[in-house]
Write a protein that binds this ligand. Structure first.
Ligand code: SPV
Ligand code: MG
Length: 313
């Protein structure tokens, strides 16, 4: 939910979108971790992260489909609803290209903001998009068309602080640095709250060049998947606002799932695995099983006070 979280004194605290906005505009380098379901969202929160990236790649992969809009956007909303309830962290959604034209993108943003999602990131490729690291054709959409999409999305958001992050894929598609800067400036003028500048290079140099030419008119967000060896201090001193660790928990799960599945398959037994897997009790904790038991007790006690029916009847 995006409603203000109530603190222990009963005072409303900040909404999720306000929290995300503060991160984007803070002086300090901030980090956002990916999640692709409610369980992972809860683990990200438990770890200490302040926000979640609902990654298009990892949500798709977790459903066994490709990252090219194979999940219908209604299903993305359903998944986001679970993730948003499982964790109190703000979610920045990877909304791909907005799943269609300006009209579809605006409808999606309106629904996401009503669901309590903190922000949406839209990228300037043609629909259906392909993951930025997939070899082959990567098409930028028309700059005016994308600006109109951003204007429509900002007009459609139904919570004041909802953040629209505009992502340019100009460097990914090979359109060049000047085009990346031209687009980033236009997207900010069209209402984007922040700019995500993406690169598939193995070093930070390309993004660093972009940052050195950027006048700071909007915060910059990066996704260091390929330039993974760059220390975060370098991002901080370059003036980056926010780093997204976009796919690492999904990728971590693959070898672990495979390893455990292989062990059980070949041993035809689950003996000796307990130290390598989470206890069932930990799964219950992540699901907030205790919350259900507390609620049941409270409601039945209240009901028995109201109607005077003895407990356990
Ligand atoms: C995602 O996480 O789906 C992203 C980031 O869009 S990337 O995969 O690097 O394009
Ligand atoms: Mg994506």
């Amino acid at each position: 939910m995006n409603r203000p979280i109530i603190n222990s004194f009963g005072h409303p605290q900040k909404t999720k979108s306000q929290l995300l906005r503060e991160m984007l505009f803070s002086e300090k380098l901030e980090f956002i971790m990916e999640a692709h379901n409610g369980l992972v969202a809860k683990i990200v929160e438990d770890t200490g992260f302040k926000a979640i990236w609902a990654s298009g790649l990892t949500m798709s992969a977790s459903m066994g489909v490709r990252d090219c809009n194979e999940i219908p956007w209604g299903d993305v909303l359903t998944l986001l609803g679970y993730m948003n309830e499982a964790s109190s962290l703000p979610i920045l959604v990877d909304a791909d290209t907005g799943y269609g034209d300006f009209n579809i993108a605006a409808r999606v943003v309106s629904k996401m903001s009503r669901l309590g999602i903190a922000g949406a990131c839209l990228e300037d490729k043609t629909y259906p998009k392909r993951n930025s690291f997939v070899e082959g054709d990567q098409q930028l959409c028309d700059i005016n068309e994308f600006c109109a999409k951003l204007v429509a999305c900002k007009a459609a958001q139904e919570t004041e602080d909802f953040c629209v992050v505009a992502r340019t894929e100009a460097l990914i598609t090979g359109a060049g640095m000047d085009e990346a800067l031209r687009r980033a400036k236009a997207y900010h003028a069209a209402g984007a709250d922040a700019i995500l500048i993406h690169s598939k290079k193995a070093t930070f140099d390309e993004i660093n060049r972009f940052v050195s030419l950027w006048d700071g008119r909007a915060p910059l967000v990066i996704v260091p998947t390929t330039y993974h060896d760059t220390p975060s201090e370098v991002f901080q001193s370059a003036g980056i606002s926010t780093v997204i660790w976009a796919n690492h928990l999904l990728r971590a799960s693959v070898p672990h799932y495979r390893d455990i599945a292989k062990q059980i398959f070949s041993a035809k037994s689950v003996a000796a695995l307990e130290t390598k897997i989470a206890p069932v009790k930990e799964v219950f904790r992540l699901q907030n099983q205790a919350g259900l038991e507390d609620a049941e007790r409270d409601y039945f006690e209240q009901a028995s006070r109201i109607v005077g029916v003895p407990e356990n009847v």
